[in-house]
Design a protein around this ligand. Structure first.
Ligand code: MN
Length: 294
Protein backbone atom coordinates (compact mmCIF):
# COMPACT_ATOMS: atom_id res chain seq x y z
CA UNK A 1 0.00 0.00 0.00
CA UNK A 2 1.20 3.44 -0.81
CA UNK A 3 0.77 7.05 0.07
CA UNK A 4 -0.84 8.76 -2.91
CA UNK A 5 -0.82 12.52 -3.37
CA UNK A 6 -3.20 14.16 -5.82
CA UNK A 7 -2.82 17.59 -7.45
CA UNK A 8 -5.53 19.17 -9.61
CA UNK A 9 -4.53 21.45 -12.49
CA UNK A 10 -7.69 23.02 -13.93
CA UNK A 11 -6.25 24.31 -17.19
CA UNK A 12 -7.66 24.20 -20.72
CA UNK A 13 -5.50 26.86 -22.39
CA UNK A 14 -3.40 24.22 -24.09
CA UNK A 15 -6.38 22.64 -25.83
CA UNK A 16 -8.30 23.70 -28.90
CA UNK A 17 -11.69 23.17 -27.27
CA UNK A 18 -12.66 24.61 -23.94
CA UNK A 19 -13.75 22.56 -20.96
CA UNK A 20 -11.03 20.13 -19.87
CA UNK A 21 -10.29 22.42 -16.92
CA UNK A 22 -13.48 20.96 -15.44
CA UNK A 23 -12.10 17.45 -15.84
CA UNK A 24 -10.37 17.91 -12.48
CA UNK A 25 -13.73 18.20 -10.72
CA UNK A 26 -15.31 15.45 -12.80
CA UNK A 27 -12.64 12.92 -11.84
CA UNK A 28 -12.90 13.88 -8.17
CA UNK A 29 -16.71 13.56 -8.32
CA UNK A 30 -16.33 10.14 -9.92
CA UNK A 31 -14.78 9.04 -6.61
CA UNK A 32 -11.03 8.95 -7.17
CA UNK A 33 -10.05 9.37 -3.51
CA UNK A 34 -12.74 6.98 -2.25
CA UNK A 35 -11.78 4.22 -4.68
CA UNK A 36 -8.08 4.47 -3.86
CA UNK A 37 -8.75 4.61 -0.11
CA UNK A 38 -10.88 1.47 -0.35
CA UNK A 39 -7.92 -0.28 -1.98
CA UNK A 40 -6.01 0.39 1.23
CA UNK A 41 -3.92 3.35 0.15
CA UNK A 42 -3.40 6.51 2.15
CA UNK A 43 -4.65 9.32 -0.05
CA UNK A 44 -3.98 13.01 0.33
CA UNK A 45 -5.80 15.34 -2.06
CA UNK A 46 -3.60 18.43 -2.18
CA UNK A 47 -6.27 20.52 -3.94
CA UNK A 48 -5.72 22.56 -7.06
CA UNK A 49 -2.94 24.85 -8.15
CA UNK A 50 -4.04 28.27 -9.26
CA UNK A 51 -4.45 28.66 -13.01
CA UNK A 52 -5.04 31.99 -14.80
CA UNK A 53 -8.56 32.53 -16.13
CA UNK A 54 -8.50 32.42 -19.92
CA UNK A 55 -10.94 35.32 -20.28
CA UNK A 56 -8.39 37.61 -18.61
CA UNK A 57 -5.60 36.71 -21.04
CA UNK A 58 -6.53 38.47 -24.28
CA UNK A 59 -2.94 39.49 -24.92
CA UNK A 60 -1.77 35.87 -24.87
CA UNK A 61 -4.36 34.47 -27.23
CA UNK A 62 -2.22 34.81 -30.36
CA UNK A 63 0.64 33.11 -28.52
CA UNK A 64 -1.52 30.12 -27.55
CA UNK A 65 -1.17 31.17 -23.89
CA UNK A 66 2.49 30.22 -23.88
CA UNK A 67 3.48 32.28 -20.85
CA UNK A 68 0.54 31.25 -18.69
CA UNK A 69 1.05 27.60 -19.56
CA UNK A 70 4.75 27.91 -18.74
CA UNK A 71 3.90 29.47 -15.39
CA UNK A 72 1.34 26.76 -14.61
CA UNK A 73 3.76 24.00 -15.61
CA UNK A 74 6.41 25.55 -13.39
CA UNK A 75 4.05 25.14 -10.43
CA UNK A 76 3.19 21.57 -11.46
CA UNK A 77 6.92 20.87 -11.75
CA UNK A 78 7.62 22.23 -8.28
CA UNK A 79 4.80 20.20 -6.74
CA UNK A 80 5.87 16.94 -8.37
CA UNK A 81 9.50 17.53 -7.50
CA UNK A 82 8.44 18.08 -3.89
CA UNK A 83 6.51 14.82 -3.55
CA UNK A 84 8.60 12.34 -1.58
CA UNK A 85 10.27 9.68 -3.68
CA UNK A 86 8.40 6.94 -1.80
CA UNK A 87 4.98 8.47 -2.53
CA UNK A 88 2.87 8.14 -5.66
CA UNK A 89 1.99 11.46 -7.32
CA UNK A 90 -1.18 11.83 -9.39
CA UNK A 91 -1.49 15.01 -11.47
CA UNK A 92 -5.06 15.57 -12.67
CA UNK A 93 -5.77 17.69 -15.72
CA UNK A 94 -6.68 19.67 -17.35
CA UNK A 95 -5.14 19.48 -20.78
CA UNK A 96 -2.01 17.47 -21.57
CA UNK A 97 0.34 20.48 -21.50
CA UNK A 98 0.63 19.88 -17.74
CA UNK A 99 2.78 16.81 -18.37
CA UNK A 100 5.68 19.17 -19.09
CA UNK A 101 5.54 20.06 -15.40
CA UNK A 102 4.72 16.68 -13.93
CA UNK A 103 7.25 14.60 -15.86
CA UNK A 104 10.04 17.16 -15.42
CA UNK A 105 9.35 17.28 -11.68
CA UNK A 106 9.34 13.50 -11.31
CA UNK A 107 12.52 13.25 -13.40
CA UNK A 108 14.37 15.18 -10.68
CA UNK A 109 14.11 11.97 -8.62
CA UNK A 110 16.09 9.85 -11.07
CA UNK A 111 16.16 8.49 -14.59
CA UNK A 112 12.51 8.36 -15.60
CA UNK A 113 10.69 6.22 -18.12
CA UNK A 114 7.43 7.52 -19.57
CA UNK A 115 4.51 5.44 -20.82
CA UNK A 116 2.49 7.82 -22.95
CA UNK A 117 -1.00 6.33 -23.34
CA UNK A 118 -2.69 8.55 -25.91
CA UNK A 119 -4.34 8.68 -29.32
CA UNK A 120 -1.81 11.38 -30.21
CA UNK A 121 1.97 11.60 -30.04
CA UNK A 122 2.00 15.10 -28.47
CA UNK A 123 5.47 15.68 -29.86
CA UNK A 124 4.87 18.71 -32.04
CA UNK A 125 6.96 21.78 -31.47
CA UNK A 126 5.07 25.08 -31.46
CA UNK A 127 6.51 25.60 -34.98
CA UNK A 128 5.55 22.19 -36.37
CA UNK A 129 2.09 22.14 -34.83
CA UNK A 130 -0.74 22.63 -37.35
CA UNK A 131 -3.02 24.04 -34.64
CA UNK A 132 -0.46 25.69 -32.36
CA UNK A 133 -2.26 24.25 -29.32
CA UNK A 134 0.37 23.51 -26.71
CA UNK A 135 -1.28 20.33 -25.37
CA UNK A 136 0.15 18.73 -28.52
CA UNK A 137 3.74 19.59 -27.56
CA UNK A 138 4.69 18.24 -24.10
CA UNK A 139 6.91 15.35 -25.23
CA UNK A 140 8.85 17.56 -27.62
CA UNK A 141 9.67 19.91 -24.76
CA UNK A 142 10.51 17.13 -22.30
CA UNK A 143 12.94 15.78 -24.91
CA UNK A 144 14.63 19.17 -25.18
CA UNK A 145 12.96 20.54 -28.31
CA UNK A 146 10.40 23.29 -28.85
CA UNK A 147 10.21 26.68 -27.16
CA UNK A 148 12.80 27.43 -24.43
CA UNK A 149 10.21 29.37 -22.40
CA UNK A 150 8.38 26.09 -21.74
CA UNK A 151 11.61 24.45 -20.54
CA UNK A 152 13.34 27.18 -18.58
CA UNK A 153 11.95 26.25 -15.15
CA UNK A 154 13.84 22.95 -15.18
CA UNK A 155 16.97 24.37 -16.84
CA UNK A 156 16.12 23.71 -20.47
CA UNK A 157 17.89 20.41 -21.18
CA UNK A 158 16.03 17.22 -22.05
CA UNK A 159 14.70 15.64 -18.86
CA UNK A 160 13.97 12.23 -20.38
CA UNK A 161 15.63 10.12 -23.07
CA UNK A 162 13.88 8.98 -26.25
CA UNK A 163 14.77 5.36 -25.47
CA UNK A 164 12.91 5.67 -22.15
CA UNK A 165 9.59 6.65 -23.78
CA UNK A 166 6.92 4.21 -24.98
CA UNK A 167 3.69 5.17 -26.71
CA UNK A 168 0.55 3.04 -26.41
CA UNK A 169 -2.69 3.67 -28.32
CA UNK A 170 -1.58 5.98 -31.14
CA UNK A 171 -3.84 6.62 -34.10
CA UNK A 172 -3.53 10.33 -34.94
CA UNK A 173 -0.05 11.62 -35.74
CA UNK A 174 0.90 14.81 -37.62
CA UNK A 175 3.57 14.78 -40.33
CA UNK A 176 6.18 16.68 -38.31
CA UNK A 177 5.54 14.40 -35.35
CA UNK A 178 6.01 11.26 -37.43
CA UNK A 179 9.42 12.52 -38.55
CA UNK A 180 10.54 13.28 -35.00
CA UNK A 181 9.29 9.96 -33.58
CA UNK A 182 11.22 8.12 -36.28
CA UNK A 183 14.30 10.28 -35.97
CA UNK A 184 14.43 9.76 -32.21
CA UNK A 185 13.60 6.06 -32.50
CA UNK A 186 10.82 6.14 -29.90
CA UNK A 187 8.92 2.88 -29.37
CA UNK A 188 5.41 3.51 -30.67
CA UNK A 189 2.64 0.95 -30.24
CA UNK A 190 -0.01 2.25 -32.58
CA UNK A 191 -3.51 0.74 -32.64
CA UNK A 192 -2.32 -1.27 -35.61
CA UNK A 193 0.49 -2.80 -33.56
CA UNK A 194 -1.94 -3.46 -30.71
CA UNK A 195 -4.30 -5.23 -33.11
CA UNK A 196 -1.46 -7.36 -34.47
CA UNK A 197 0.43 -8.20 -31.27
CA UNK A 198 -2.31 -7.96 -28.68
CA UNK A 199 -2.36 -5.54 -25.78
CA UNK A 200 -0.84 -8.04 -23.30
CA UNK A 201 2.27 -8.51 -25.42
CA UNK A 202 2.60 -4.79 -26.03
CA UNK A 203 2.35 -4.07 -22.31
CA UNK A 204 4.86 -6.78 -21.38
CA UNK A 205 7.34 -5.41 -23.93
CA UNK A 206 6.85 -1.96 -22.44
CA UNK A 207 7.53 -3.27 -18.95
CA UNK A 208 10.66 -5.11 -20.09
CA UNK A 209 11.96 -1.96 -21.74
CA UNK A 210 11.46 0.36 -18.77
CA UNK A 211 11.73 -1.78 -15.65
CA UNK A 212 15.42 -1.03 -15.08
CA UNK A 213 14.78 2.71 -14.67
CA UNK A 214 14.57 4.59 -11.36
CA UNK A 215 11.08 5.93 -12.06
CA UNK A 216 8.27 5.08 -14.48
CA UNK A 217 5.61 7.70 -15.09
CA UNK A 218 2.32 6.93 -16.85
CA UNK A 219 0.85 9.87 -18.74
CA UNK A 220 -2.70 8.76 -19.41
CA UNK A 221 -4.65 10.83 -21.91
CA UNK A 222 -8.21 9.60 -21.69
CA UNK A 223 -8.57 10.05 -25.46
CA UNK A 224 -6.49 6.87 -25.81
CA UNK A 225 -9.75 5.09 -25.02
CA UNK A 226 -12.24 4.48 -27.77
CA UNK A 227 -14.83 7.30 -27.91
CA UNK A 228 -17.60 4.74 -27.40
CA UNK A 229 -16.44 4.32 -23.79
CA UNK A 230 -14.90 7.77 -23.33
CA UNK A 231 -16.90 10.34 -25.32
CA UNK A 232 -15.98 13.24 -23.03
CA UNK A 233 -12.63 14.25 -24.52
CA UNK A 234 -11.68 17.29 -26.58
CA UNK A 235 -10.08 15.43 -29.47
CA UNK A 236 -11.82 12.06 -29.89
CA UNK A 237 -10.40 9.67 -32.49
CA UNK A 238 -12.23 6.49 -33.35
CA UNK A 239 -10.54 3.11 -33.19
CA UNK A 240 -9.09 3.40 -29.69
CA UNK A 241 -8.42 1.06 -26.78
CA UNK A 242 -11.52 -0.83 -25.75
CA UNK A 243 -12.60 -1.26 -22.16
CA UNK A 244 -10.78 -4.52 -21.45
CA UNK A 245 -7.63 -3.55 -23.37
CA UNK A 246 -7.27 -0.41 -21.30
CA UNK A 247 -7.90 -2.25 -18.04
CA UNK A 248 -5.36 -4.91 -18.97
CA UNK A 249 -2.63 -2.34 -19.60
CA UNK A 250 -3.21 -0.94 -16.14
CA UNK A 251 -3.53 -4.36 -14.47
CA UNK A 252 -0.28 -5.63 -15.97
CA UNK A 253 1.54 -2.42 -15.05
CA UNK A 254 0.32 -2.85 -11.49
CA UNK A 255 1.46 -6.47 -11.37
CA UNK A 256 4.91 -5.43 -12.62
CA UNK A 257 5.12 -2.87 -9.80
CA UNK A 258 7.16 -0.39 -11.82
CA UNK A 259 4.93 2.69 -12.01
CA UNK A 260 5.75 5.51 -9.62
CA UNK A 261 3.56 8.44 -10.80
CA UNK A 262 0.64 9.28 -13.08
CA UNK A 263 -1.14 11.98 -15.05
CA UNK A 264 -4.82 11.74 -15.92
CA UNK A 265 -5.70 14.35 -18.53
CA UNK A 266 -8.16 15.63 -21.14
CA UNK A 267 -11.49 14.64 -19.56
CA UNK A 268 -13.99 17.16 -20.95
CA UNK A 269 -17.26 17.18 -18.97
CA UNK A 270 -18.95 19.50 -21.49
CA UNK A 271 -18.76 16.77 -24.10
CA UNK A 272 -19.37 13.88 -21.73
CA UNK A 273 -22.51 11.87 -21.04
CA UNK A 274 -23.40 11.66 -17.34
CA UNK A 275 -19.74 11.76 -16.29
CA UNK A 276 -19.02 8.34 -17.76
CA UNK A 277 -15.62 9.41 -19.10
CA UNK A 278 -14.44 10.52 -15.67
CA UNK A 279 -15.82 7.30 -14.20
CA UNK A 280 -13.95 5.12 -16.66
CA UNK A 281 -10.80 7.17 -15.99
CA UNK A 282 -11.15 6.44 -12.26
CA UNK A 283 -11.63 2.74 -13.00
CA UNK A 284 -8.36 2.73 -14.96
CA UNK A 285 -6.50 4.47 -12.12
CA UNK A 286 -7.92 1.89 -9.71
CA UNK A 287 -6.59 -0.95 -11.86
CA UNK A 288 -3.16 0.70 -12.03
CA UNK A 289 -3.14 0.96 -8.24
CA UNK A 290 -4.21 -2.52 -7.37
CA UNK A 291 -7.87 -3.16 -8.10
CA UNK A 292 -8.09 -6.77 -9.25
CA UNK A 293 -10.91 -9.07 -10.22
CA UNK A 294 -10.03 -11.69 -7.59
MN1 MN B 1 -2.39 13.86 -25.17
Amino acid sequence: MRTIRILGVPIDMGAGRRGVDMGVSAVRLAGLTKVLTELGHTVEDCGNIEVPVVETLDAERGLHYLNSIAQTCRNVYNWNRGVSKEDFAITLGGDHSIAMGSVAGIAEHGRTGVIWIDAHTDINTPKSSPSGNLHGTPLAHLLGHGDPVLREYWGGEAVIRPEDVVYIGLRSVDGGERSLVRQLGIDAYTMKEIDIQGIATVTQKTIEKLKHLDRVHVSFDVDALDPTIAPGVGTPVKGGLNYREAHLVMELLHDANIVTSLDVVEVNPILDVQNQTAQVAVEMVASLLGQSII
